[in-house]
Design a protein around this ligand. Structure first.
Ligand SMILES: [Mg+2]
Length: 228
């Protein structure tokens, strides 16, 4: 049986949108600091990458004159930010439809367990997927083949015939392709392909990717054909 593996940040959930919501909420508590929300969103990134959270919170602390230590802020961060993660209705429906066909869905994400679990909790992931594999928890990160094997094993399946939806050309697409999975690139922000494998079928939204490239045919023997 195929497994549908899906990345979390910037694939299932629009992370910049969650950041904008957190920044807007934070700015409400500091009405005298004009431009704070915009600054927080800008400070979140260092070039194309998300800024290291210690450095990010250190900057926030300075800007807002906070008395807490960065370590204290880091402890609260997963819940403060992760609490803004939401799964949109179309994606929720697409994941449920996949599972109704008997196809297990597993989220495969690189990150800190506490951070990712706070996001998964806020978006109600336990209602729409069979499980998740977080790199810190299992001691291996995408693009390593092993994390995809662990994800398949977590639902009692092998890698054969499975596929991976993700936004990162190297960690998600390159890693999964090299592990023999079918891949679909979720490109929410119209980025230019920068992977070292050929670009796979591409969609701006995960719901479209799952609907169009999803489990489209369950034949009479019960095996699943994934069209990708
Ligand atoms: Mg991602």
């Amino acid at each position: 049986m195929a497994v549908l593996m899906v990345d979390l940040d910037d694939t299932l959930v629009d992370r910049p949108q969650a950041m904008r919501e957190w920044a807007a909420q934070t700015a409400k508590h500091h009405p005298d600091d004009g431009g704070l929300a915009e600054w927080l969103v800008e400070w979140d990134c260092d070039g194309d990458a998300v800024r290291d959270r210690h450095d990010f919170l250190d900057g926030v602390r300075s800007r807002l004159g906070m008395t807490q230590s960065v370590d204290e802020l880091l402890q609260r961060w997963p819940y403060e930010f992760g609490g803004h993660y939401r799964l949109d209705g179309a994606t929720r429906t697409a994941l449920r439809s996949t599972r109704r066909l008997g196809i297990p869905v597993v989220i495969v994400t690189n990150g800190v367990t506490a951070h990712q679990e706070a996001k998964l909790d806020a978006m109600g992931a336990c209602d729409v997927v069979d499980g998740w594999v977080i790199s810190e928890q299992v001691g291996v990160r995408k693009p390593d083949r092993r994390i995809f094997e662990v994800a398949a094993e977590s639902v009692g399946q092998a890698l054969d015939g499975s596929w991976m939806l993700g936004d990162n050309p190297t960690a998600d697409i390159g890693g999964a392709a090299k592990a023999g999975l079918k891949t679909v690139w979720v490109n929410r922000y119209r980025r230019i392909w920068a992977g070292d494998v050929d670009p796979p079928p591409t969609f701006e939204h995960p719901a479209s990717a799952i609907r169009v490239r999803g489990v489209q045919d369950v034949n009479c023997s019960g095996s699943v054909q994934v069209i990708a």
